[in-house]
Design a protein around this ligand. Structure first.
Ligand code: FPP
Length: 239
């Protein structure tokens, strides 16, 4: 009989489909982003109740800057608004926010609001929510390389452990499961170095409609997978 594995320690969420969700209703794209942002809180709360300890949310990619200015500004305003609205709940739930991406290159009011959220939730010990904001996978590598050489290194790293501590995700375990809503099947620069052994899952539901049940289903699918990490043998080798 098939055995069931542990729940994922770290889940990555690519929250796709806000625009299509709005367009299907004859509404502006920002309406979809607002509904998407409202959905974030309930999914984070549910992830915490399932025992997921790390949840990475792809909030804004570097490439998203190339959208029309009105959409970019609308999204950044949403981050500022939700950063304020979310704070008391995060503190209550013991959730720490950790930012990844080139946050300081965002407009100053957004960078300030996100850094404030990160600072004020530092003591949260129940769960870590990693917000990818102005994040791109290759950009993270370039920034990590600069930090590596600025650290005074005189020769290149020979072990992965010597380099990964310069990544934005230093100290955070690799994602066990990455899911992208809306049926698109690609990672779009999401944690390329950290996802080498992640299980992937692509439900067709659009992000504003993504529900607690959809997360339950993703976790159930994950628990039935056999992870081998390139070796022979079964799930027992990954535990
Ligand atoms: C992709 O949908 C979604 C985004 C580019 C933004 C994701 C951001 C949120 C859900 C808000 C997050 C808020 C907080 C507080 C973290 P899309 O516009 O690419 O949709 P489409 O593919 O249907 O056009």
């Amino acid at each position: 009989m098939d055995s069931i594995g542990p729940i994922p320690l770290h889940v990555g969420l690519i929250m796709d489909g806000n625009g299509r969700w709005a367009e299907q209703r004859g509404k502006p794209r920002l309406y979809g982003h607002r509904r998407g942002a409202e959905n974030v809180r309930r999914i984070v709360t549910h992830a915490q109740s399932l025992g997921i300890r790390f949840l990475t949310l792809y909030a804004f990619s570097l490439e998203n800057n190339q959208r029309p200015a009105a959409e970019v500004n609308g999204l950044l305003s949403l981050f500022e608004l939700y950063a304020r609205r979310w704070l008391s709940q995060l503190l209550e739930q013991g959730i720490r926010i950790h930012l990844i991406g080139d946050v300081e290159a965002l407009r100053p009011s957004t960078a300030r609001a996100l850094r404030k959220l990160e600072d004020e939730t530092q003591k949260g010990e129940q769960m870590t929510v990693i917000l990818a904001a102005n994040y791109g996978g290759r950009d993270e590598v370039l920034r990590a390389m600069r930090r590596f050489w600025q650290s005074g290194a005189t020769k290149g790293p020979s072990r992965w452990e010597d380099f990964e501590k310069f990544l934005d995700t230093a100290g955070i375990p690799d994602p066990d499961l990455i899911l992208r809503s809306s049926g698109e099947m690609r990672l779009s620069h999401f944690l390329p170095l950290q996802s080498v052994y992640s299980e992937l899952y692509f439900p067709s539901v659009l992000w504003p409609d993504f529900s607690e049940r959809d997360l339950d289903e993703a976790v159930a699918v994950y628990r039935r997978r056999r992870r081998r990490f390139g070796r022979l043998g079964g799930r027992e080798m990954s535990e």
